[in-house]
Design a protein around this ligand. Structure first.
Ligand code: UGA
Length: 459
C-alpha cells in the first residue's frame, strides 16, 4: 500500500521505517530539511537501537521529503505523527497537528485516503482533525489547480502507538496489540489490510531482530474513534500509576523493614497483577507518562470530572525525586559543599531522551541545597549540553571523574554499563563510599561486601 507519514520523531520514524520494511511504499515528510537529509543518507537523528539497521533494510521502499505534495497524493494512508507538546495549563499544544492537517488537506488526491492520528492527541481530536481537513479541503476546492478533487474522499482514524523508546522497533513489529478506531468502516478495513503482516506475523523478521519465540498472532482492537483515543491515555496512566503504587508501597516497606524488591516480586507473580512496571525507584520520566497523565486530568476537568487516582500517581512520582535527595541528606546530614555524583541522565536506559528525566530534578535540587554535582551518561551527554546548558559544566567525561573525591554517588538511570561496573575499582576514589541506588537494581549485599554504604530510595 502507499503510505505517507508526517513527522519523523520517534513515533513517525518508527512507523514509516517499519511499514516500509514490511513492503509498503512509504514517504516520510518532515519540515526540517537537515533531518530529511540525514535520514535520506541512512543516518538516524535519534538514538534508537536498531533504527539505522532497519533504515538500511527498508531503504528500497522508503523516501524522505520536506514536501507534502511529494508525499500525500495517491496515499492510501496518511499518518500524522507530529509533536504535541504540553501548553502551560497542561493541555497539549495542537498547533503542529492543525498545520499538518491543513497541509495534508491541501495535497490530498486519491479516491480514498485514511488520515490517521498517530500522535497521542486529546480525546476528541479525531473529530477536530476531521473538521480541519474538511474546511481546508473545501477552501482548496475553490482553487483551479485542485485537479482530481471530485473523486477524492478521506476519513479520519486513530491508531495509538504503544512503543517504548529504546524498544521502538520490537514494540512495533511484535506488539501486544494493535488498536484502530474510526467511525468510518472503510478506514478500519484499510488499516486492517495495512497491518496484516504484523497481525498475522507473516513477515520475515529483520536480520538483527528475530521474532520472539512466544510471538503469536497480534490481537486487533477495531473500535470507534473516541475509544481508541481513550485506550492510549488509559493504558499510559495505568502504567504510570502501577509504578507509583510500587513506589508508595516502597516507602511503607522502608518504614516496616520490608524489602520492596521482594514485595514487588511477590505481588507481580500474581498474573492478575503482572511483574512489569513494578520496579521501584526515582520514578518515571520521559515525554509520555507526565504529559499524558496531565492531559487526562485536563480533559476530565473539561467535563467537571476529577481524576484523584491519576493525580495521586503524579504526586507520588514527584515525591520520589524529592525522597532521593532526602535520603542523601539523611546520610550526609549536611549537603552544602558535598560532592555528589549522578550516574545516568537519560530518563531511562537505551535512549538519549532527557525530557522530564528524574536526574534533572535531582541535580537541580542538590545544587539548590549547596551541593556540587558530577554528572555522567554513556549516551545522552551531547544532547544534554544543548538542552541543559546551565547544568552542562557539571558533566564528567569518565566514571573515575564522577567518583573522585565524592561524598555519595547516585545510580539514577540503570544503564547496562553501570550494572556491569567493577564497583570495587571506584570505592577508593571516594571521600565517603555512599551509594544511593535510585532504581533498586544493584546487589545490596555485594555492594556492602565491597565496602560501600548501600542505600536505596526505599529501604
Ligand atoms: C511509554 C509506554 O511504556 C509506551 O507503551 C507508550 O507508547 C509510550 O510511553 C508513549 O506514550 O509514547 P516510554 O515513555 O518510552 O513508553 O518509556 P517506558 O519504558 O514506559 O518508561 C517510562 C518511565 O518509567 C521511565 O522513566 C522508566 O525508568 C520508568 N519505570 C518503568 C519505572 O520507574 N519503573 C518501572 O517498573 C518501569
Amino acid at each position: 500500500m502507499k503510505v505517507c507519514v508526517v513527522g519523523t520523531g520517534y513515533v513517525g520514524l518508527t512507523t514509516g521505517v517499519s511499514l516500509a520494511f514490511l513492503g509498503h511504499e512509504v514517504t516520510c515528510v518532515d519540515l526540517d530539511q537537515a533531518k530529511v537529509d540525514m535520514l535520506a543518507a541512512g543516518r538516524c537523528p535519534i538514538y534508537e537501537p536498531g533504527m539505522e539497521d532497519l533504515l538500511a533494510e527498508a531503504a528500497p521502499n522508503l523516501t524522505f521529503t520536506t514536501s507534502y505534495a511529494d508525499a500525500v497524493p495517491g496515499a492510501d494512508v496518511v499518518f500524522v505523527a507530529v509533536q504535541t507538546p504540553s501548553a502551560a495549563d497542561g493541555s497539549p499544544d495542537l498547533r503542529y497537528l492543525r498545520s499538518a492537517a491543513e497541509s495534508v488537506a491541501q495535497a490530498l488526491d486519491h479516491d480514498f485516503t485514511v488520515v490517521v492520528n498517530k500522535s497521542t492527541v486529546p480525546i476528541g481530536s479525531g473529530n477536530w482533525v476531521d473538521a480541519i481537513l474538511r474546511d481546508s479541503f473545501q477552501q482548496r476546492e475553490t482553487r483551479p489547480e485542485g485537479a482530481g478533487r471530485n473523486s477524492t474522499e478521506f476519513a479520519v482514524a486513530s491508531n495509538p502507538e504503544f512503543l517504548r523508546e529504546g524498544n521502538a522497533i520490537a514494540d512495533t513489529l511484535y506488539p501486544d496489540r494493535i488498536v484502530i478506531g474510526s467511525d468510518n468502516p472503510r478506514s478500519l478495513e484499510v488499516l486492517n489490510r495495512l497491518y496484516r503482516p504484523i497481525i498475522n506475523q507473516t513477515f520475515t523478521p529483520p536480520t538483527f531482530l528475530p521474532r520472539p519465540e512466544d510471538a503469536n498472532a497480534v490481537p486487533l482492537v477495531s473500535t470507534d474513534l473516541a475509544s481508541a483515543e481513550l485506550i492510549k491515555y488509559a493504558a499510559n496512566a495505568f502504567l504510570a500509576l502501577k509504578i507509583s503504587y510500587a513506589n508508595e508501597i516502597g516507602q511503607l516497606a522502608a518504614k516496616v523493614g520490608a524489602d520492596i524488591t521482594e514485595v514487588a516480586r511477590g505481588m507481580g507473580l500474581d498474573q492478575r497483577i503482572g511483574s512489569r512496571f513494578l520496579q521501584p525507584g526515582v520514578g518515571w520520566g520521559g515525554s509520555c507518562f507526565g504529559k499524558d497523565t496531565k492531559a487526562l486530568i485536563a480533559t476530565a476537568s473539561e467535563y467537571n470530572l476529577e481524576m484523584p487516582i491519576v493525580k495521586a500517581a503524579r504526586d507520588v512520582n514527584q515525591r520520589q525525586r524529592a525522597i532521593a535527595v532526602e535520603r542523601l541528606q539523611d546520610e550526609l546530614r549536611i549537603l552544602k559543599g558535598r560532592k555528589i555524583g549522578l550516574l545516568g541522565l537519560a530518563f531511562k536506559p537505551n535512549t538519549d531522551d532527557l525530557r522530564d528525566a528524574p536526574a534533572l530534578d535531582i541535580a537541580n535540587s542538590l545544587i539548590a541545597r549547596g551541593a556540587r554535582v558530577k554528572l555522567h551518561d554513556p549516551v545522552a551527554t551531547e544532547r544534554f549540553r544543548i538542552e541543559q546548558p546551565e547544568l552542562a559544566p557539571y558533566l564528567s567525561q569518565t566514571i573515575d571523574e564522577v567518583f573522585a573525591d565524592c561524598d555519595a554517588v547516585v545510580l539514577v538511570t540503570e544503564w547496562g554499563q553501570y550494572l556491569e561496573l567493577d564497583w570495587s575499582k571506584f570505592i577508593g576514589l571516594m571521600r565517603t563510599p555512599i551509594i544511593l541506588d535510585g532504581r533498586h537494581v544493584l546487589d545490596a549485599e555485594r555492594m556492602r561486601r565491597i565496602g560501600y554504604k548501600y542505600i536505596a530510595v526505599a529501604g
